[in-house]
Design a binder for this molecule. Structure first.
Ligand SMILES: [Mg+2]
Length: 165
């Protein structure tokens, strides 16, 4: 339940070929530390990646646990996509709202995020494909820092498994 299906260091390493191979037609994206850093800035490569992926017909939506509507408005406008505010991940309700808006089957949707305990567990509970990515900035808020060692262990394990293949 806490394992993602895959892990990428950077979100822009998720290619259209990879998504097609795994039958993924839509992505539910986390916002904080996945699309933007702690200063609410979106790196150029993330914006470029999102535009390219969308251009290839992959549907995108943001599901954030944040309740900062201004910030979500800004980021979703930048990408031209919808969002779910206060998604309450790892609970299923917010993610399933996103599924409904995407209009795709859960088998064809991947959840992408930097946190095991919200994004990955939430996605797994909804039977979606889950992709863990590194937080855009290493420096973490004090209230999430305690969870990082577990995430690092899991990333190490996945990397090791990949290398053994
Ligand atoms: Mg996050």
């Amino acid at each position: 339940m806490i394992y993602p299906n895959d892990y990428f260091e950077k979100i822009d390493k998720i290619t259209i070929e990879y998504l097609k191979k795994n039958d993924i037609k839509a992505l539910i994206l986390d916002m904080d530390n996945t699309l933007i850093n702690q200063n609410s800035e979106m790196p150029e490569n993330v914006l470029k990646w999102a535009k390219e992926i969308r251009g290839q017909g992959v549907k995108l939506i943001i599901a954030s646990n944040s309740n900062r509507k201004n910030k979500l408005d800004k980021i979703s406008n930048l990408l031209g996509i919808e969002y779910i505010l206060f998604a309450k991940k790892p609970l299923k309700s917010g993610l399933m709202k996103a599924v409904k808006l995407l209009g795709e089957n859960v088998n064809n949707i991947a959840v992408v995020g930097d946190q095991i305990f919200t994004d990955i567990i939430g996605g797994n509970r909804c039977k979606m494909y889950t992709i863990l990515v590194d937080a855009i900035e290493e420096k973490d808020f004090w209230y999430t820092a305690w969870k990082r060692p577990i995430e690092n262990k899991i990333k190490e394990k996945i990397e090791k498994h990949k290398n053994e293949k």
